[in-house]
Design a protein around this ligand. Structure first.
Ligand SMILES: C[S@@+](CC[C@H](N)C(=O)[O-])C[C@H]1O[C@@H](n2cnc3c(N)ncnc32)[C@H](O)[C@@H]1O
Length: 257
């Protein structure tokens, strides 16, 4: 894997971000072992295809906001390599949060455990209003909470239901940064490095930079990389120093395969 996909050395001390447009697993492979303090991610699950094939398909397919128009799915068969790489890049005593639907969680959980993670519990993101579906319309999503080694949550009083309104008319399946903000406050400290290998519109990156953490992420979709770059630059336009605002000083954006 090309070294250009790695954050430069001084990234380790600068409050910036580094983005890529590589495949999630390829990108994780290009990261050093024991280098990430927290991983929060939201893969494009295979189950999306199933939802498209049943009742809600038509609406999904023809909706302007359909993920069908925008991104490829990540096959369940690739979970073993995904979790193996996630486990390798995470430092000892860290957390992994995986946004997940009710069907995929039964497949993802044992695969993550096989890679070495300890599963604690699913958190619930309560979106406050109903969405799609015919059999009990969808109002929540799960966030699977895993641990590598042992790390204490920063606040033991936080509930396992996170209530934040959904994002309307955003990037397909976009999550509000306020959800990731809670996970970041719970499982990292200022200056630590947060990673998202399926970053979409960059909601995890937004929450990370807002909380004084550093962020690295990737997405296969060039539109996702463009959106995330725009959002993170707006938060951290001169994060490195006072010099001219060259890309290198705004964060490192590497779109080469
Ligand atoms: C559910 S969306 C993430 C949404 C994101 N959490 C947000 O708040 O905007 C999943 C993303 O995974 C990306 N994706 C699909 N397959 C991928 C792969 N193999 N490697 C990297 N990204 C991939 C898609 O392009 C999509 O942007």
């Amino acid at each position: 894997m090309s070294r250009t996909n790695r954050p430069p050395e001084d990234f380790l001390t600068a409050p910036v971000f580094h983005l890529s447009s590589l495949d999630a697993v390829a990108w994780l492979r290009s990261q050093p072992s024991d280098s990430v303090d927290l991983l929060i991610t939201d893969p494009a699950y295979e189950s999306l295809e199933k939802h498209r094939a049943i009742g809600t398909t038509t609406r999904l397919k023809h909706s302007k906001a359909s993920s069908n128009d925008w991104f490829a799915v990540f096959p369940n068969a690739r979970f073993p390599e995904l979790f193996a790489e996630a486990f390798r890049v995470l430092k000892r005593n860290t957390h992994l949060y995986l946004f997940c639907d009710a069907e995929t969680m039964f497949i993802a959980k044992p695969e993550a455990e096989r890679a070495g993670f300890r599963f604690w519990k699913p958190l619930v993101w309560d979106k406050k209003t109903i969405g799609m579906g015919y059999h009990y319309r969808a109002r929540y999503e799960f966030i699977l909470f895993f641990e590598k080694g042992k790390r204490r949550l920063n606040d033991l009083g936080v509930a396992d239901v996170i209530t934040v309104p959904r994002v309307h008319r955003g990037y397909p399946a976009e999550k509000p940064p306020a959800v990731s903000a809670i996970l970041i406050e719970q499982s990292s400290t200022r200056g630590e490095l947060v990673a998202d290998p399926f970053m979409g519109s960059g909601s995890v990156g937004v929450a990370a930079l807002d909380a004084g953490r550093r962020f690295i992420g990737t997405d296969l979709n060039p539109e996702a990389v463009r959106l995330t770059t725009e959002r993170l630059r707006a938060i951290s336009p001169d994060s490195a120093n006072d010099g001219p605002r060259e890309p290198e000083q705004l964060g490192f954006i590497d779109t080469r395969p």
